[in-house]
Design a protein around this ligand. Structure first.
Ligand code: GTP
Ligand code: MG
Length: 352
């Protein structure tokens, strides 16, 4: 099951209480204070696990509570700290405070961690309160309470390339041809009900391997931005992809004019979010192994050439055109990553 929004409760451990105790030994009259400190309460931590692609595990478990740190005891023994609880989340998880809506974190890098609720410090035992003039303090601190709150987690996929198009355009088939992913393919609309992720690999002239993450998004239809079909729910996953690859069926299976198909999808995305118009995008004509007369293909090619839109022809069935497409997408993504790195660097320069 694909789940991209959950609400969870996190409660970190309270710190253990400090202890009030005095040394009692047969030949040591009036032994001083020896109450130990409480242990710290464990934190609740989110950690990005690149293997995950949904928040489904958090749908089934909603409450995360860490137990308190151990209390201090006599003989100056400190309480044990309680262990942190680590919750694995997928790449692209946004964390918000449920009550205030405040954005607390954006977890984008594999292995990245964020403290979701901080454990309380242990209280000090009475041996810490001894001074020259107070030889027998009877005070000790209680442990600090651990942080607790309700959080909303929202997944917005972070893929380099998203495959977009009408149902049946051939998105999942191309995904299967480009990556090791094995999405469901079917000769009926809306075979794909949630986004799938896969990784395509290509090599540059020096045989260095590059990886490009690809998202196969459920088919869009006219009115998607208003919720038609599978609608808006999945359009949000396109917000954070770098490159959009429009797939347009030009084969004998296609019902409509390919240029109209392309324009409808492009329009839907821009109506959903104006920023989509700024993303680099490519067009690929699909299923070219079953093109009978080339009218549709030529029409789409002419349209793209006239507008300087990078245009490709592919067949997932025969793998024609797939490798050059991966390479071009890869180069576009690498170029984008470089500009991002420069942007980040110039930000850093400004700060320093
Ligand atoms: N001959 C041929 N058939 C293809 C090719 N690509 C896809 N098809 C067929 O087209 C139909 C739809 O393919 P899918 O890959 O499921 O299309 P989709 O865009 O993922 O569809 P939805 O998930 O419903 O949006 C299936 O019957 C595929 O077998 C191709 O390159 N050549
Ligand atoms: Mg599909």
């Amino acid at each position: 099951m694909f789940v991209d929004q959950v609400k969870i409760y996190v409660e970190a451990g309270d710190g253990g209480d400090g202890c009030v105790s005095f040394r009692r030994e047969k030949f040591v009259p009036q032994g001083g204070p020896d109450g130990g400190d409480g242990g710290r309460g464990g934190n609740i931590i989110f950690e990005v696990d690149p293997q995950l692609s949904t928040l489904v595990d958090l749908r089934y478990q909603q409450h995360y509570v860490v137990k308190h740190g151990g209390h201090g005891s006599g003989h100056n023994s400190s309480g044990r700290g309680s262990e942190d609880r680590v919750i694995a989340v997928p790449v692209g998880t946004l964390v918000r405070d449920f009550k205030t809506g405040e954005m607390l974190g954006d977890l984008v890098m594999p292995g990245q961690r964020m403290v979701a609720a901080k454990g309380g410090k242990g209280g000090r035992g009475n041996s810490r309160f001894k001074t020259a003039v107070r030889q027998a303090p009877v005070d000790a601190e209680p442990g600090e309470p651990g942080e607790s709150r309700w959080l909303t987690l929202e997944l917005k996929l972070l893929a380099d390339v998203a495959l977009v198009g009408f149902p049946n355009a051939g998105k999942s088939s191309l995904m299967a041809a480009m990556t090791r992913a094995n999405p469901k393919v079917g000769a009926y609309p809306f075979t794909t009900l949630h986004p799938n992720l896969g990784v395509a690999t290509w090599h540059d002239a020096k045989r260095r391997a590059f990886h490009v993450t690809i998202a196969d998004v459920p088919g869009l239809i006219e009115g998607a931005h208003e919720g038609k079909g599978l609608g808006i729910r999945f359009l949000k996953h396109l917000e954070r992809t770098t490159v959009l690859l429009h797939l347009v069926d030009v084969s004998i299976m296609a019902m409509n004019d390919p240029v109209t198909d392309f324009e409808i999808i492009r329009d839907e995305m821009i109506q959903y979010d104006e920023k989509m118009s700024q993303k680099p995008f490519f067009v690929a004509a699909t299923k070219i192994d079953i093109v009978e007369d080339s009218e549709k293909l030529n029409h789409l090619r002419g349209y793209c050439e006239g507008r300087q839109i990078p245009f490709f022809e592919v067949s997932s069935a025969s793998a024609v055109g797939v490798q050059p497409l991966i390479r071009t997408l890869g180069l576009a993504v690498v170029k984008y990553r470089k500009t991002q790195a420069t942007v980040l660097k110039s930000d850093a320069d400004e700060v320093s």
